[in-house]
Design a protein around this ligand. Structure first.
Ligand code: PHE
Ligand code: ZN
Length: 881
């Protein structure tokens, strides 16, 4: 475990590597506890570098078993080797030379799941960001691109399957029941994209013919017996390949594309060249075991990893500060893909909800950082919502500013210029500027300034001169001391909605640049004047969430209600309703307990019901509109002095109020939307289920009775309906026999299906109330719980700490103590997952004073431990600072 702290890596310290590695030949002899790795590197000194410059290779927990330079064993004093470094001081004078390194690994003991490890008997690797250095000594940095040839030897019985990147060039039998395969990847790549898989797995095969007519073999590897559950992933893969050709002109480049599903994985999935490795929960699905949300995630993540082939692999990152160059762009691409596969507005609303739920709090708290960070002490802690999600929003804004065509031209130029290179954000932006002539200098601040800008708006209409004036101010409060906060270029999509409905036209506008339906804010304050406006419009601002900002609309409730009903823009209607509802819930939380029964006014209830009953809307859209903001969303709006119990009470009261108010409509929806025909995971069918299930929720809340949910649980013929009904039972009537029986039935059926059992753990961990902590503690001792499996840890402990505000934030602080102890325990084995869990504390400073003190104590207790990993130490120090 790397426990040292204090080394901070800074963007401004970037220097190109003194040495490059043109080719990398690896030979693996796989043994569960004693694997040998022989690496032969052809090293080249970069032009201009002094010949006596030592070659410094990265390592992590390595032992050197052999070393040769240009075929000779170097003198003892010609090199020094430690677990984390190999320094060859005595380098040949020639510009190029070879280095041969032998290392020995124990994949079975590797619980960090970085480098080479075993998951369920399958050998696999994870090298991003700095895992390759756990396999061999190397220049483990993304700007060192090398051509890999990989030979794998294993016992045929243990590992009939031997995979690596690129194309298989050779394979055959060896003596004593061993065999081998050789893989060659012709595309130079950084070490973080290296992958190896060996084991005994089932496969699903298909083919894809690319736009230039080449046939690509597609293979998805899963546990034997699970092949049918990979069908949806395969379909999503083929659709992704086609979409990337049609939308961005990007064609796949190898003869084979493979995906392997493993059950122990720290993240979602990994884009290794030609050999993606996935957390199996993002591959496996059928109606019995996966929810509609699981299907949507699989589609998105399969696409995401595939899209990385161009945005990430063909063009990679110069250094880890540029992580958003590949991640922000690739998230944007997968968002667009899903929007095209499903309903665009529904997809956008879901994205905005996630952004606000995960990225906004990150950007407002002690873990805030720019989309492109300038320093880090542990890079693994920067795979964040800010880099990914806000990174994607920044790309989206570039498209909004340049328009569809300009955006495509810029991206084409970026691919053309930088293919085969390790690039920077500056080069990315320059491509858009050069392709379109636009000036994106001010815009580029989005990459460097942390925090969510606030927009405040006020307006008035002058009937005489027929003039509408809107004053918009932007302000960025630096979330961390000393962060830059200059005015930014913010594209605001808008419409001026007239009382008679429809967007109004204006004859002239001044005070800001307006192109089409976009106002370009650049100054701290703009007074935008529209001429030729006969009557007072209601401004619909930030349509499609055109910028990741917080909008403080002056709008009265009446104006928001008007927009919720009349905005011609569908997204705008949802946004207005959501703002209105959040505001009224927040107001209810400020009232005393006995004045909080009626959370919403009549008109708001009526809007909800009119949308619920309006069959001209898609089911999925109606379901989203009917979904109230969550307890964490309300907490975020309130901002500080948070009492989670009050918010929970408001949430419950609001659900009951709407449930009663809309009983007839919800009953009609619930009974009218009964499953028709067999299950299909498509978006329309999923929307239908979503609407029916939300109707069921309101019926249960309104009547304070879960009999209907119990019936729905028993009758459900798919996991979406089943998990939803079980959640209602466990969250609304945890102690009834019906609930206990349902939990038991679920467990009996899925005992041997880990990714399904994760749902069982999560549903229980998120049951509101202080007592849940006892349940969670008991569940950690349950057979089926494992500290070594990241999915399971997240399903129980992650879900409890991030998704159970009343349970986790128990006033006695026991929730915080439990989390910190769990982190302490996990840290020895898997620091990455431990550090990720710690982020549940990121908003602790917003709690009311009692809980804040409890949270601090728990974190200080953890901080006092002597041997924390760099990962946890980094998050803890920043959170407490
Ligand atoms: N690069 C992966 C992705 O976004 C995420 C990842 C990071 C996976 C680090 C593993 C380790 O697609
Ligand atoms: Zn990615």
């Amino acid at each position: 475990m790397r426990t040292e702290t204090g080394t901070v890596i800074r963007l401004e310290d970037y220097r190109p590597s003194d040495y490059l590695i043109d080719t990398t030949d690896l030979a693996f002899t796989l043994e569960p506890e004693a694997t040998t790795v022989r690496a032969k590197l052809s090293v080249r000194r970069r032009a201009g570098v002094a010949p006596d410059t030592p070659l410094v290779l990265d390592g992590d927990e390595l032992t050197l078993a052999g070393l040769k330079v240009n075929g000779e064993t170097p003198a003892e004093n010609g090199y020094t080797a430690s677990p984390d470094r190999l320094v060859i001081g005595d380098v040949p004078a020639d510009e190029t030379f070879t280095v041969e390194i032998e290392t020995r690994l124990n994949p079975s003991a590797n619980k960090q799941l970085m480098g080479l490890y075993r998951s369920n008997g399958t050998y696999c690797t994870q090298c991003e960001a700095e895992g390759f250095r756990r396999i061999t000594y190397f220049l483990d940095r993304p700007d060192v691109l090398s051509v890999y040839t990989v030979r794998i030897e294993a016992r045929t019985e243990d590992a009939p399957l031997l995979l690596s990147n690129g194309n298989r060039t050779e394979s055959g039998r060896l003596e004593n029941g061993w065999h081998y395969a050789v893989w060659h990847d012709p595309f130079p790549k950084p070490s973080y994209l290296f992958a190896l898989v060996a084991g005994n797995l089932g496969v699903v095969r298909d083919t894809f013919t690319t736009m230039s007519g080449r046939e690509v073999a597609l293979e998805i590897y899963v546990e034997h017996g699970k092949e049918p559950r990979a069908a949806y992933a395969m379909d999503a893969l083929k659709r992704s390949m086609k979409w990337d050709e049609e939308t961005f002109g990007r064609e796949y480049d190898l003869d084979i594309f493979m995906i392997v599903a493993v059950s122990d994985f720290n993240m979602g999935a990994m884009e290794n060249k030609g050999l993606n490795i996935f957390n199996d929960k993002y591959v496996l699905a059928d109606e019995r075991t996966a929810t509609d949300a699981d299907y949507a995630n699989i589609e998105a993540i399969i696409a995401h990893e595939y899209f990385h082939n161009w945005t990430g692999n063909r063009i990679t990152c110069r250094d880890w500060f540029q992580l958003c160059l590949k991640e922000g762009l690739t998230v944007f691409r997968d968002h667009e893909f899903s929007a095209d596969m499903r309903s665009r507005t529904v997809k956008r609303i879901a994205e905005v909800k996630l952004l606000k739920a995960h990225q906004f709090p990150e950007d407002a708290g002690p873990l805030a950082h720019p989309v492109r960070p300038r320093r880090y002490s542990e890079i693994n802690n920067f795979y964040t919502a800010t880099v990914y999600e806000k990174g994607s929003e920044v790309v989206r804004m570039i498209r909004t500013i340049l328009g569809e065509d300009g955006f495509r031209k810029g991206l084409d130029l970026y691919f053309e210029r930088h293919d085969g290179e390790a690039a920077t954000i500056e080069q990315f932006i320059k491509a858009f500027e050069d392709a379109t002539g636009a000036d994106l200098a001010q815009f580029a601040l989005w990459y460097d300034q942390p925090g969510t800008p606030n927009l405040t708006v006020s307006s008035h209409h002058d009937a005489g001169p027929k003039r509408f004036t809107m004053t918009i101010e932007q302000r960025l409060t630096p979330p961390i001391e000393g962060a830059p906060h200059a005015p930014m270029h913010i594209p605001v999509k808008f419409g001026l909605v007239s009382a008679g409905s429809g967007d109004m036209e204006w004859t002239a506008v001044s005070g800001a640049e307006v192109t089409g339906d976009v106002i370009h804010l650049r100054e701290p304050k703009h007074t935008v004047v529209f001429e030729g406006i006969n009557e007072r419009p209601v401004a619909s601002l930030l349509r499609g969430f055109s910028a990741p900002v917080t909008l403080f609309p002056e709008a009265e409730d009446a104006d928001l209600a008007f927009l919720a009903r009349n905005d011609p823009d569908e997204y705008g209607r949802w946004q207005a309703l959501s703002t209105l509802v959040t505001r009224q819930m927040k107001q209810a939380a400020a009232r005393s307990a006995d004045e909080r029964g009626e959370v919403f006014d009549e008109e708001t209830c009526a809007i909800f019901m009119d949308i619920a009953a309006d069959d001209s809307y898609e089911h999925a859209y109606r379901a989203l509109c009917l979904t109230m903001p969550g307890e964490n969303d309300i907490a975020r709006e309130i901002g500080n002095d948070i009492d989670p119990d009050t918010i929970h009470a408001v949430h419950r009261a609001a659900s009951r109020q709407l449930g009663r108010f809309g009983e007839r409509i919800f009953a009609r929806l619930f009974h009218g939307l009964e499953p028709a025909g067999s299950y299909s995971p498509d978006a329309a069918s999923a929307g239908r289920r979503a609407l029916r299930n939300i109707a069921l929720s309101y019926l249960c809340h309104g009547s304070q009775d879960t009999a209907l949910a119990a019936k729905a649980f028993a009758q459900a013929d798919n996991m979406t309906d089943r998990a939803h009904a079980l959640t209602l039972l466990v969250h609304l009537s945890p102690r009834t026999d019906e609930t206990i029986d349902a939990l038991k039935a679920f467990q009996d059926e899925f005992r041997n299906e880990p990714i399904v059992m994760d749902k069982w753990f999560t549903i229980q961990a998120t049951a509101p109330g202080a007592e849940t902590l006892e349940t969670v503690k008991a569940l950690t001792g349950q057979t089926g719980f494992s500290w070594d499996n990241p999915n399971r840890v997240r399903a129980l402990i992650g879900a409890f700490s991030a998704g159970n505000p009343t349970g986790f934030n128990r006033p006695d602080g026991e929730g915080y103590q439990f989390l910190c102890q769990a982190i302490g325990r996990l840290d020895g084995a898997n620091p990455q997952v431990a550090a990720r869990l710690m982020t549940a504390m990121r908003s602790w400073k917003n709690l009311e004073p009692g809980r804040r003190e409890m949270a601090r104590k728990a974190m200080e207790g953890l901080s006092a431990r002597p041997r924390l990993s760099r990962d946890v130490r980094d998050i803890l120090d920043r959170t407490l600072a």
